[in-house]
Design a binder for this molecule. Structure first.
Ligand code: PNS
Length: 167
């Protein structure tokens, strides 16, 4: 039976850290479903459709990967897809509490679904979508933290510049 893993997240936007986790997961699972959803506790930056488009372009050529989106509970989505595993990236201790809570809640609802944590390369340990959003918004050097297609997409997006900030 093939091992099917779901890598769920906001991916808002996708960073080099996310790509690193996808690449690591390909060594472990037969199929990896990268699943975009709106985290209800976060304010959206890019529309879900744009995140899917960017992820699809980034994972082009990765035969085991499928990109999709879902709404509702992750455990229900995993059941529908007959996935056995949820992949989550773990960077620092600060991630741990939320991740533990989420993994154990999901296990409580569906004891068959395992969460596997993968650590990104040390180069990405500090990196988050939030950091990229902030750099982008403030005119900082966000490009080196995201794949080129994402950098290109963000460069084309109009920024709301407050006050006299020239840019
Ligand atoms: O990239 P994020 O925002 O850290 O991802 C969090 C996400 C989207 C994976 C999580 O919020 C989630 O699974 N949402 C789906 C709804 C759900 O199942 N909630 C209960 C999990 S405890």
């Amino acid at each position: 039976m093939p091992t099917i893993a779901i890598y769920p997240g906001s991916f808002d936007p996708i960073t080099n850290g996310h790509v690193d986790i996808i690449q690591r997961s390909l060594k472990l699972f037969d199929r990896v479903i990268v699943a975009v959803t709106q985290n209800i506790s976060k304010h959206p930056f890019l529309p879900v459709a744009e995140r899917i488009l960017l992820l699809s372009r980034i994972t082009e050529g990765m035969e085991q990967v499928r990109v999709t989106s879902f709404t509702g509970l992750l455990v229900n989505f995993a059941r529908r897809l007959e996935a056995q595993v949820v992949i989550r990236g773990l960077r620092a201790v600060s991630d741990f509490e939320f991740e533990l809570q989420m993994a154990l809640t999901n296990r409580n609802i569906d004891p068959e679904l395992e969460t596997v944590f993968l650590m990104p390369s040390g180069r990405f340990i500090f990196l988050s979508s939030g950091l990229v959003r902030e750099l982008w918004q403030l005119g900082g050097p966000f490009e080196k933290y995201v794949p080129e297609v994402v950098a290109d997409h963000l460069r084309r997006m109009p920024r709301v510049v407050e006050g006299n900030d020239p840019g």
